[in-house]
Unconditional design. Sequence first.
Length: 367
Amino acid sequence: MINIDVAVAVIHFGDQYLLGFRNAKQHQGNRYEFVGGKIEANETAKQALVREVFEEIGLDIAKQSVINPLGVLRHHYAEIEVPSKSKTVCLHVFRVALSESQFTEFAHHNEGCEGQQLQWVSCEDLINNKYPLPDANKTILQWLKLPNIIAITQEVGAIKASQNNTDLNEQSKAKGYSAHRPEQQWLDYYQQTLPEQACVYIRLKQSNLAQRKDLVLALLAIRPDIKLIIDYELANFLDSDTNAAMADQIIAQHLTQQAYLDTEFKLLSDLPVTVSAHSEASVLQANKLAQYRLNHNLSPVVGIFISPVQATNTHPEATPLGWEGFASLAQDSEIPVIALGGMAPANIGQVRYYQGDKVAGIGKFLT
Ligand SMILES: Nc1nc2c([nH]c(=O)n2[C@H]2C[C@H](O)[C@@H](COP(=O)(O)OP(=O)(O)OP(=O)(O)O)O2)c(=O)[nH]1
């Protein structure tokens, strides 16, 4: 059995992503690929990444580009006819954001240094599988599908009437909530303040499942543009018809640190998974959960919220990790890292500098 470690560069400039094409003779040939290749002995994954990108497309990403880890995944390619050729690849995947001048210089290249075809494609086409990639890459596309900026809701009781602009929405009223009920205030508040196309983690620990279900369905009815992450208990509680009808809008189910201590923990819904972590032990446990789910062909773990990066009013009791502490946990993660705690959307650059990939928060993520 062959085991190889591969460095993979998800090179992009904004919404444009770079793909190469594997020639027919290569393993997983006649498919598109992210630029990359085998990690040599005595080389770190990042060193291999920089070398491979330079060898394959002549671009020096050590200068100007922002490189941050996306994740690590192991995938077994079985060769039924010649079992000795079966191999397990361990892909060390990095996001490589080009600078504007690199992109301007490189955008017209359509051939790599080895004569291979190169193509820039939109994020939307990429994540909607328009370009056939090696089988292992389906997990990378799921990672990329999770938006980079995530708003998190407050509990129903935390939204005060004064926070609302009391211009009540007719559709919410039609749902049967009285204007003075906290549920209505919560709906009005988020209807008005969530940015367009927002991705929102609905965190409602103090409401029961029936209440959470009503709120989620009512919010989706008045804000069909948004995407939601819901807690796994609610995902289990929604029947499969509701889940299917909402499949475009409910994009992931969330597990708290406590819930995934057992990696074989059964989830009824096949939505992709996000998890939270506050310590090295839980990051390592989340890695195990992610690999277990890959090995068993279950929906992947697509994001890990690591918190609190900085002090926050909503969790005054928690000790902040600080940027260095955050970076050290993020480096251990094999799942794209979402920074949480004292964050604003504008922190995304800093998050990536400190080895995270996405950013989440409560107050500063609203309009
Ligand atoms: N470069 C790259 N390789 C990928 C991707 N996804 C994926 O499963 N792989 C696999 C295919 C290969 O088995 C391995 C990459 O090795 P490579 O590009 O150095 O190797 P190669 O095809 O020349 O390999 P070989 O025939 O010499 O064994 O990783 C991807 O997006 N990019």
